[in-house]
Design a binder for this molecule. Structure first.
Ligand SMILES: Nc1nc2c(c(=O)[nH]1)N[C@H]1C(S)=C(S)[C@@H](COP(=O)(O)O)O[C@H]1N2
Ligand SMILES: [Mo]
Length: 229
């Protein structure tokens, strides 16, 4: 990559980071003075098990029942909407960006929590920076290949542990868990992480996704029992 291009990418990332620093610091997962839950503190200082959740050792499969079959070489991600540089990312493009591996917990609103999944992938923040969100962009609609949608605020989506994950525990992400690529949002209930991710739509206002239209929370904060709208 030539130097100019690299400098532009770094500058775009830092500009986006600066723009959202305060909002990120003030999200409940980082600023909640009285989180509801039990167990030792997790990675963000919250109790490990959010209120109303039970630990499961398995990793259940939960979705709308359609498991699209997408080979990695046919997978594409559109990043569009309120941004200056809409882009289409192929799997090889994703692999050319900075790769991270992170352990995360997974809290499903149907009350199971699965601890310590090691996800590998690319930060959503890095991909969004490339698209240069407009100053008025505030939220993201995440679209799956199965037609699923879910909304996430940029203050949540830009956190460093929010990934476009292509591997789990060192293996390619299985199709039933959203492979080849899904989003994970460890600080929110797991329905905010779209499996078989296909499009990230930058929005200038919040809009409900599939479950949110049916009464689920727009914000989905586990340590506030923030399940339903
Ligand atoms: N594309 C898509 N993503 C989705 C869903 C879905 O139906 N379709 N279900 C959500 C819900 S409710 C949960 S709990 C998690 C489940 O992920 P898992 O099947 O890997 O455990 O995916 C979320 N992402
Ligand atoms: Mo869920």
């Amino acid at each position: 990559m030539d130097r100019n291009k690299l400098e532009k990418i770094v500058e775009a990332r830092l500009a986006l980071k600066r723009r959202f620093e305060d909002a990120i610091r003030n999200t409940p997962s980082l600023a909640d003075g009285s989180p509801l839950g039990s167990g030792p503190p997790n990675r963000h200082g919250m109790p490990r098990l959010p209120i109303g959740q039970t630990e499961t050792r398995k990793w259940p499969v939960l979705d709308l029942g359609i498991h699209p079959e997408i080979a990695a070489e046919n997978w594409t991600l559109d990043v569009d909407g309120a941004c200056a540089q809409p882009l289409v990312l192929r799997f090889s493009d994703l692999l050319s960006l900075e790769q991270v591996e992170q352990e995360a917990d997974f809290h499903c609103v149907t009350t199971w929590s699965r601890f310590d999944l090691r996800f590998g992938g690319v930060r959503v923040a890095d991909v969004l920076a490339l698209a240069e969100p407009l100053p008025e962009a505030t939220h993201l609609m995440c679209h799956g290949y199965d037609g699923y949608t879910t909304n996430v605020s940029l203050a949540e989506a830009l956190k460093p542990d929010v990934l476009l994950a292509h591997s789990v525990d060192g293996h390619p992400l299985p199709r039933e868990h959203g492979g080849p690529v899904r989003m994970v949002t460890p600080q929110l209930y797991a329905w905010k992480g779209a499996k078989w991710i296909r499009r990230l739509e930058l929005m200038t206002e919040d809009r409900p996704g599939f479950w949110e239209e049916r009464g689920y929370s727009m914000t989905a904060y586990p340590w506030r029992n923030d399940r339903y709208g």
